[in-house]
Write a protein that binds this ligand. Structure first.
Ligand code: ADP
Ligand code: MG
Length: 703
């Protein structure tokens, strides 16, 4: 950003309290719906419109619609519940309901009076009603004419207040306008020019002109509501470009540092492979080669490895790590949960300890002495591999020579956490970054979530997998399932019983897991264990360790076991209330079985009644074990927010763009962003676009 540009805050970036009449209390209520800056107000787009531009025949009104009617008063009734006024036009009658019959109202609502009213229609067994409408004697005044926006509202914020605020915001921005793309950019991207700039497009959406005829009007409103109108498309492309730009800046920011060049041949890797009881899959080899090629240069690697559950990502991580270690650098491995970190620790210990590589762990359960010693070992380069949770990146953790950071189950972490890693390298350098995710997502989605990373895909599973048979069973037959599981466990198999998801509350989930655990313990004489998210880390790990060691037959768990846990002898899984979980999540859960040689089963227990999509969804899972197919289906059925979790998509922070719906625009946006960032004459514009849409991106835009 240039000096002159940064000295003034653009009105779009001002806090809403800069608008006249917006004080702390109102700002607080606006903050509740995510409105902090003046720009946020502009991007609070109407969900619908009221049409006060034309009178509707009473015969034609429909439930829920806000309409303008006029007619003559034919009956008035005043009782305890308020005032009811029958209004009749040439086509029918409806009742205006007022809950307080104040004097002025009673004077106006006289039999024979001609009244024009506007309000929402309710059709019930009490007939056609309009509750507390706005009204006047026909001809005495005009309603605010034309189309009025209806905003997604919140408690204590009325439509009129929101309308007024949006108008204020538009007025505040008008003198300077908004930074945006040029008509040539849009044309190059194949986006229709609306004849307006970004602010113009926003005005068209907030304050649309009413149209002469009803067809044009209806088409306009539909286009605005469904976001297909060119003004909406304009805003979407601007937003997508801003995000793509921010990814490019993030890359640029990392690329200004050097990362350690690592050797491509690795004796350590050769030894590790020689000790494996199996060979690498071709996909594993290819992905390792891609990462190794990145690390051979001093440009920091920013690579994401996507691979279905069980694709063998951990080994890919280990073999990539070998190059850094052989070149004299330390490797940090970050996992999203203690259970996973512990498991990785054990795996790396098994693989590397015999080869003389020091493995360290940084875990929450460690006592302060143990932790202090570990911190010292990390700082002294006594350990070459350090495994942990995000605790790894706290300030007090200082690596001697960190050269590579591996982030497992990347989708569980936010962008900030990834950014924090760049600061852990030696002076003026940054470690290479390798992220791994088991949520297989389509390319465009990857582009909009991980646009700052190169993507490698492990598109092949190791050959030794026994296919999992998935069955869907009505919950009515749960007792039979319990019997079956018990018999199998007695025959030496191990099973997971994943507990009903109550709602988005880990407390309730934990309770329901405990109840299920008690119930199963009472009924069955097998060894049963319990893990849920509310348990202490140490307790969880102990139970997991027992399960892994075969000391527990049946593990009752909430979805905490979703990611990464590897117990090859477990070959049965029951998932209760499967209809409430996302397909990708179910697929991840199911990936916990089918890892050994035994024939594996996954039982999806569902509760009836089940909607047609509900059935379709479970069938997708029954019929496919391909994570990409399942993710694509999940995306179609539920949208990106559900597929990736609110946190992830929330992190993406889109106002309007929908990365599934707007897939084609996304491709254009990527192209425009590249053109912009490569054009030295337009750097300032590119910066301004990002700071308008993504004010939090400032840190890395300033690179
Ligand atoms: P994920 O990709 O889900 O993280 P893991 O890395 O946990 O998968 O690997 C799953 C299992 O597959 C592990 O037990 C691992 O040792 C094994 N595995 C990895 N690569 C291969 C391979 N090429 N052939 C056979 N088994 C493999
Ligand atoms: Mg894994």
């Amino acid at each position: 950003m240039t000096k002159t540009a940064s000295r003034f805050i653009h009105p779009a970036n001002l806090p809403i309290t800069a608008l006249s009449g917006v004080g702390g209390a109102l700002a607080g209520r606006l903050a509740d719906i995510g409105i902090h800056r003046v720009f946020d107000l502009l991007m609070h787009l109407p969900r619908d419109y009221e049409d006060r531009s034309r009178r509707v025949d009473i015969r034609d009104v429909s439930h829920g619609a806000s309409v303008l009617v006029s007619g003559v008063v034919t009956h008035v009734e005043n009782n305890r519940t308020g005032l009811s006024v029958a209004l009749e036009d040439d086509t029918g009658t409806l009742v205006l309901r007022f809950f307080k019959a104040y004097a002025g109202l009673k004077n106006t609502m006289q039999i024979g009076a001609n009244i024009t009213a506007f309000g929402e229609i309710k059709i019930s067994r009490y007939g056609v009603q309009m509750a507390h409408p706005e009204f006047h004697i026909t001809g005495t005044k005009q309603f605010e004419s034309g189309l009025l926006p209806i905003y997604p509202a919140t408690k204590g914020l009325h439509q009129n207040k929101l309308r007024q605020l949006v108008r204020l915001a538009i007025a505040a921005i008008k003198p300077k306008g908004l930074y945006c793309l040029s008509p040539a950019d849009l044309q190059a991207a194949g986006v229709a020019d609306t004849g307006a700039d970004l602010l113009g497009a926003l005005i068209q959406i907030h304050l649309p002109d009413s149209q002469a005829d009803i067809f044009t009007q209806t088409a306009l409103l539909q286009g605005l509501k469904e976001r297909t109108h060119p003004a909406c498309q304009r805003i979407i492309i601007e937003e997508l470009v801003a995000h793509q730009l921010s990814f490019l800046y993030r890359r640029k920011n990392v690329y200004q540092y050097k990362a350690p060049r690592c050797q491509t041949d690795s004796e350590l890797a050769d030894k590790l492979i020689a000790g494996l009881p199996f060979g690498l899959t071709n996909a594993q080899k290819r992905v390792i080669d891609e990462a190794v090629a990145d690390m051979a240069t001093s440009r920091p690697m920013l690579r994401l490895i996507q691979g279905d559950v069980g694709a063998g990502k951990t080994l890919v991580a280990a073999l990539t790590a070998c190059r850094a270690i052989d070149s004299g650098w330390q490797v940090a491995i970050m996992a999203p949960t203690e259970i996973l970190a512990e498991q990785h620790g054990a795996n790396f210990e098994k693989w590397f300890a015999p080869l003389g590589v020091g493995i360290g762990r940084l875990l929450g359960k460690q006592g302060s002495k143990e932790r202090r010693e570990m911190l010292a070992a990390i700082a002294n380069n006594d350990v070459q591999i350090v495994v942990g949770t995000h605790a790894l990146f706290q300030d007090e953790v200082a690596f001697a020579k960190l050269g590579l950071v591996i982030i497992d189950e990347q989708h569980r972490f936010g962008v900030e956490q990834r950014l924090a890693l760049t600061n852990k390298g030696v002076a003026n350098s940054t470690p290479h970054q390798l992220a791994m995710t088991a949520t297989p997502i389509p390319r465009t989605l990857a582009m909009s979530m991980y646009g700052d990373m190169d993507v490698s895909v492990i598109d092949e599973l190791p050959p030794n997998r026994t296919p999992i048979t998935t069955v869907t069973i009505n919950r009515d037959r749960r007792d039979e399932v319990i019997e079956r599981i018990s018999a199998n466990c007695k025959a030496g198999k191990q099973a997971y019983w994943v507990c009903p998801l109550v709602e988005e509350s880990s407390v309730l989930d934990a309770q329901s897991a405990e109840l299920l655990y008690e119930d199963l313990c009472e009924r069955l004489d097998i060894r049963i264990g319990l893990v849920h998210g509310k348990m202490k880390a140490a307790q969880k790990q102990e139970t997991m360790a027992q399960f892994k060691a075969g000391e527990i037959d049946l593990l009752v768990a909430t979805t905490v076991i979703e990611v990464g846990v590897d117990v090859p002898n477990a070959s049965l899984m029951v998932i209760e209330n499967a209809e409430r979980l996302g397909l990708s999540q179910l697929h991840q859960l199911r990936g916990r079985v089918g890892r050994g040689s035994a024939k594996s089963f996954c039982v999806l227990l569902y509760q009836t009644p089940l909607s047609p999509t509900g059935i379709e969804r479970l069938n997708v899972l029954r019929d496919s074990t391909d994570g990409f197919v399942i993710a694509q289906k999940d995306l179609e059925l539920r949208g990106a927010g559900e597929l990736l979790g609110k946190r992830q998509t929330g992190d993406m922070g889109y106002y309007l763009a929908d990365i599934v719906r707007d897939e084609t625009l996304l491709v254009a946006a990527e192209r425009i962003a590249h053109q912009l960032i490569e054009d030295s004459a337009r750097q300032d514009l590119a910066h301004q676009i990002v700071s308008t849409w993504l004010p939090d991106a400032k840190e890395y835009v300033n690179a």
